[in-house]
Design a protein around this ligand. Structure first.
Ligand code: SF4
Length: 327
């Protein structure tokens, strides 16, 4: 656990190398997909790692994700290596959906290189949403070979159940996919942010926004122990993509960004939740409730934030564009 100058606690930090992904999952909170581009430079990553070193971050909470970071393996390996070069003890884990794991030899080679570079664990993203795009054989091969190369503690899956009993939904009908999504969300609720708010929320029961009147976001936003840094250096709380804490670049370190006081959007969300955001900032500018209602508080929040983002009045606090608009 570490603290910035004003007490913003950081226990976990992830570098999102890119918004590019081979998949276009319906629960993706960053709207990643094959149409996206843009990669974090190794130099920028080194700067973020150095800031995390100044903050006293521990390797276990540090991770690299995307998008899909294995879309540029050489860059990924260099970014992992850069953590040690910045004085850290390594990187806790790297996230992947395993699409690239087409051959045992290739998997062994890449995992060994990442291990030497300082990666402790590979984290496999595996669920019905990914299975609409990724051949289940990939993550299964990755799991098996990773246990050989990295040991039992060197691999984890989100979610094990879907890795163990995979479904290949790549050729499923829209109805079959929706049934699988409904069943998965009943067992493992997803937060309705990002693409989920536009694509998955319609599969769930919805309520008028007033239902979420009492729900606050203080813990998640004011003491967001988990932060993400996107390819351009935009920093947001790990669970709330699109709420900007600032931009870390060659002039302003990540530690300086985290030391800044909260802006208006974050203050309102922390004190009054998304209903308060609607009342204080959305309604005065003309925000109207979705007629079909909201599946959860994050769905309401995403709806209000998207409206506010489009007004252009909160450019320092809401962005980047990739998180609010599909290409
Ligand atoms: S309602 Fe908004 S601020 Fe609160 S947890 Fe959900 S996305 Fe984050």
């Amino acid at each position: 656990m570490s603290e910035s100058a004003t007490g913003y606690r950081v226990s976990a930090a992830g570098l999102l190398l890119t918004y590019w992904c081979n998949a276009r999952c319906e629960h993706c909170y960053e709207l990643s997909g094959p149409q996206r581009g843009g990669w974090m430079s190794v130099e920028a990553a080194r700067g973020h790692w150095a800031a995390l070193k100044r903050l006293g971050a521990e390797a276990a909470g540090l991770h690299v994700g995307g998008g899909e970071p294995f879309g540029d393996f050489e860059r990924l390996a260099a970014v992992v290596r850069a953590a040690r070069e910045a004085g850290l003890e390594g990187v806790g884990y790297v996230e992947t959906n395993g699409f690239w794991a087409t051959d045992d030899g290739l998997v062994r080679e890449r995992l060994a290189e990442l291990r030497e570079a300082g990666m402790r664990q590979i984290s496999i993203s595996c669920d019905v949403f990914h299975q609409a795009f990724v051949d289940p054989a990939g993550p299964q091969r990755l799991w098996r070979v990773a246990r050989e190369v990295l040991g039992e503690a060197g691999v984890r899956a989100r979610r094990w159940r879907f890795l163990q009993s995979p479904r290949d939904l790549r050729k499923a009908t829209a109805e079959e996919r929706e049934a699988a999504y409904r069943e998965a969300m009943a067992a493992h609720p997803e937060r309705m942010t990002g693409r989920a708010a536009g694509r998955l929320a319609r599969l769930l029961p919805r309520w008028p926004g007033e239902k979420f009147r009492e729900e606050r976001c203080g813990d998640g936003l004011e003491e967001a122990g988990h932060v993400h840094v996107d390819p351009a250096g935009w920093v947001f709380p790990g669970t709330c993509a699109g709420i900007l804490l600032g931009r870390a670049d060659e002039r302003t370190g990540l530690d300086e960004v985290l030391a800044r006081p909260a802006g208006e959007v974050r203050r309102v969300l922390a004190a009054r939740g998304p209903w308060g955001l609607r009342e204080e900032l959305g309604s005065p500018l003309g925000f109207k409730n979705e007629p079909d209602g909201y599946a959860d508080k994050c769905h309401l929040c995403t709806s209000v934030r998207t409206f506010l983002f489009r007004t252009g009045k909160f450019a320092a606090e809401l962005g980047p564009r990739e998180v609010y608009e599909e290409d």
